[in-house]
Ligand binder design. Structure first.
Ligand code: ASP
Length: 327
């Protein structure tokens, strides 16, 4: 009897929490990279649209950088599961599972999956001083200067790191460049523009405006086919088209809560996410930067989790083939 009463009280407390959620307390989007980069960008755009989808709410972005996104992910995995600390991350959720020997969270067990947000192509870019102007010249230049150049990325397991590994492996030039880790690709971009690093592969949401302004040189996109629908990026070949048969890497971003977040709060967040992803302003901003906003079953907890499970299996062999691991 006493046990039943305790259970009933606990259920009432959970219901009350869900009914008042989010209340006056802000909802933090933890971005595991520096401000100004692609993950930060999508999180800030999404925060705006989530705010509109949940009137009275306040979504705030918190940058918790370091270790390829794993520090921020660990923070969310261990956070109070009350719906006020969420993670906006990307393909790193799957890549770090294959890249790191030890992680302080289990990607498929320690999070509640809320849904996928977008899918973003990448671009292979170089500092403005690089002598190459076409992809072919770029590849030849890297080979001719093997061991002398460096490639910036956002830490082991980041999208930029993954892309650099896969590209060097696909052109049989493993270790052609020294990798230089940054806390995100926003500071890496500053170093590239300034000529302190030579090469980077990053999401179009960070590179499009810099390419357009001529601050960096672009050589190729990582989608299987050319991005023929994009006004600027359509001019660059895909790596697949340039002979790297089957090369096809796009970076999905998703939204996650700590395991144990009450189902009613998860439902509220997922409902709001679905509305936010249809916000014309969100869609316009994202599409202008080359991203594709997701509008299918992957915006559901089960659909996104099934997708990430597949991504972990798909990425593992590619990561192993590239021969790089992190502790
Ligand atoms: N684009 C970065 C990456 O390589 C992350 C970021 O700064 O958003 O994963």
């Amino acid at each position: 009897m006493k046990r039943l009463l305790v259970l009933a009280l606990a259920a009432t407390a959970l219901l009350a929490q869900a009914q008042t959620y989010p209340g006056s307390k802000s909802v933090n989007f933890v971005v595991p990279f520096a401000a100004g980069g692609p993950t930060d960008r999508v999180a800030r755009d999404l925060a705006e649209s989530m705010r509109k989808a949940m009137p009275g709410s306040n979504f705030v972005v918190e940058n918790v950088n370091g270790a390829g996104g794993t520090i921020g992910a660990t923070k969310v995995a261990k956070a109070n599961p009350d719906g006020h600390t969420l993670l906006v991350w990307h393909i790193g959720m799957a890549a770090t599972a294959g890249l790191y020997r030890k992680l302080q969270y289990k990607p498929l067990e320690d999070f509640e999956y809320l849904g996928m947000i977008n899918d973003v192509p990448m671009t292979l870019i170089g500092k403005p001083q690089l002598p190459a102007n076409t992809y072919r010249d770029f590849e030849n230049y890297i080979r001719a200067n093997s061991g002398k150049l460096n490639i910036a990325h956002a830490g082991l397991g980041s999208a930029s790191h993954l892309c650099g590994l896969m590209w060097q492996s696909a052109v049989n030039a493993k270790d052609a460049m020294t990798t230089i880790p940054f806390s995100g690709t926003a500071p890496a971009m500053t170093a590239l523009i300034g000529g302190q690093v030579d090469v980077m592969c990053d999401q179009t949401t960070n590179t499009t405006q810099q390419i357009e302004a001529g601050r960096v040189k672009a050589f190729a996109v990582t989608t299987k086919d050319r991005m023929s629908g994009h006004k600027l990026l359509k001019d660059y070949p895909s790596l697949n088209e340039m002979g790297l048969k089957g090369f096809n890497l796009t970076i999905w971003h998703g939204l996650y809560a700590p395991k144990g977040t009450p189902p009613a709060i998860l439902k509220q967040l997922n409902d709001a996410l679905k509305v936010a992803l249809k916000d014309p302003e969100f869609v316009k901003r994202q599409e202008g930067l080359g991203a594709v906003v997701v509008n299918d079953n992957r915006v559901s907890p089960e659909g996104h989790k099934a997708f990430v499970t597949g991504e972990i299996a798909k990425l593992k062999p590619a990561i192993e083939a590239s021969g790089k691991f992190a502790d």
